[in-house]
Design a protein around this ligand. Structure first.
Ligand code: HSE
Length: 313
């Protein structure tokens, strides 16, 4: 089998999970990919107790990975948009393919990064940037390729959905649930991104760019989070037969593509109204296929894997 040598930069929740899954499921992954995938280097400023890196070549200098001639594919999971951008552009300059889970990076600098990758003849893959465990990028790009997409709408921030669900189900306070989401590793380094809708806006522009073939323009998204939602709002919505969900919505209109993130009242019988906790879901309406719905974990895979069962669906 062909060797594919990867370098992973970042050992946070996503990076440690990536190393663990690549190690645990190596035989399956290699068989499906038809190549021998090996981690040749890990770049991380600090260790993570959730992953054993003793068998790997670990460097504290992530740019060493981008400059390592033995690395074919650089996996960027450090987050942020400053060092991550330099790192990704350096890897591309050095002729490496890039895999990133960094939605903020793609939303803000994707146009520049994809142009650089095209010029170098390398690929930038970003499936995990939106709705983590749901292969929504592939579904839009390939599964729905024959469709003219009319609109899409999704619960694409797990932390926000977790907060709204706990407020409704257990009457817990916003701050209390947010603290738990942070402790569980669901939230962004800056949780404002989760609760003010910014993280969802990043993901929405990525989905809209793929669905409608438009450039990535984060400034075009109307963005509102859930910080103004009080417990009373959740209770009144319930009494009226609705659930409050913070949706990212992209819709084709006569004037162009509408992009918005904001709290929405959804009739409680709708499937998407019942997407609870840290789970994500994306509805996509294609002209040929009609409405389709994709559901799965958006954040916090490591902890959920132990608990989830068929019954929980
Ligand atoms: N903070 C993000 C969320 C992580 O809660 O959805 C996954 O992108």
């Amino acid at each position: 089998m062909n060797p594919v040598r990867i370098g992973i930069c970042g050992l946070g929740t996503v990076g440690s999970g990536t190393v663990n899954i690549l190690t645990r499921n190596k035989a399956h992954i290699d068989a499906r990919a038809g190549c021998n995938i090996s981690i040749v280097q890990i770049g991380a400023r600090r260790d993570n107790p959730n992953v054993d890196t003793s068998k790997f070549n670990v460097t504290r200098d992530i740019f060493e990975v981008a400059n390592n001639p033995d690395v074919d594919v650089l996996v960027e999971v450090i987050g942020g948009t400053t060092i991550a951008k330099d790192l990704v552009l350096k890897a591309i300059e050095n002729g490496k393919h890039v895999v990133t889970a960094n939605k903020a990076l793609i939303a803000h600098y994707g146009n520049e990064i994809f142009a650089a990758a095209k010029a170098k003849g390398v690929t930038v893959a970003f499936e995990a940037a939106v709705a983590g465990g749901i292969p929504i990028i592939k579904a839009i790009r390939e599964g729905l390729a024959a469709n003219n997409i009319e609109w899409l709408a999704g619960i694409i921030n797990g932390t926000g959905n977790f907060i709204l669900t706990e407020m409704r189900d257990k009457g817990r306070s916003f701050d209390d649930v947010l603290a738990e989401a942070q402790a569980l590793g669901y939230a962004e380094a800056d949780p404002t991104f989760d609760v003010e809708g910014i993280d969802a806006a990043h993901k929405l522009v990525i989905l809209a760019s793929l669905a409608f073939g438009i450039p990535l323009e984060i400034s075009k998204v109307f963005t509102e989070g859930i910080t103004k939602i009080a417990s009373e709002d959740v209770t009144y919505a319930e009494e009226l037969g609705y659930r409050i969900k913070n949706l990212g919505i992209a819709r084709r209109t006569d004037k162009g593509i509408e992009l918005r993130v904001h709290p929405t009242l959804i009739p409680e019988k709708r499937l998407i109204a019942n997407v609870d906790g840290v789970m994500n879901a994306v509805l996509v309406k294609g002209d040929a296929v009609g409405p389709t719905l994709y559901y799965g974990a958006g954040a916090g895979f490591r902890r959920r894997r132990k608990k989830a069962s068929l019954a929980s669906l």
